[in-house]
Write a protein that binds this ligand. Sequence first.
Ligand code: ADP
Ligand code: MN
Length: 176
Amino acid sequence: MVQDSKRSRPNILVTGTPGTGKTTTSTALAESTQLRHINIGELVREKNLHDGWDDELECHVINEDLVCDELEDIMEQGGNIVDYHGCDFFPERWFDRVVVLQTENSVLYDRLTKRGYTGAKLTNNIECEIFQVLLEEAKESYPEDIVLALKSDTIEDITRNIATLTDWVRNWQPRS
Ligand code: ADP
Ligand code: MN
């Protein structure tokens, strides 16, 4: 791994199946650490970093190259929390920690139906969680020792995860 020693604050990737609590966790963590929260979905919409709409999956077809170009400078500075339900297309050197949130199936099912997900979109996401797709993707894309799987079933889990990650950020030191 190429360690970028230029950044004085760490970059964290928060990933996981939709509904596992990435945005909730990232928002709270940004507040407690003063790191910058980057919600990739929002960025893609705001800056049109996509190649149109996927009717079947009901989401934008993200243009991964445009997203990476857009973020390169800011990631080099450090101090970012990146929030996205995918992780294999970001440069490995960007991140000091990759957090994979995981939620029990029945809990996730309720969250996604509340969000209005039905049919294939609902089933795909539940299967994504059952087969631990994001954890596997993270382990394949980043050094195993920076990947951290965290349970996100309850509010107590969020509180504990924020405390753990805030401690980690406070203790983080750039490698020389
Ligand atoms: P994501 O960004 O991963 O799609 P969100 O942060 O938007 O997920 O969370 C989806 C919904 O589930 C929100 O209504 C949020 O309040 C709720 N939620 C997320 N994580 C938890 C948790 N650990 N405990 C209770 N509710 C949660
Ligand atoms: Mn989100």
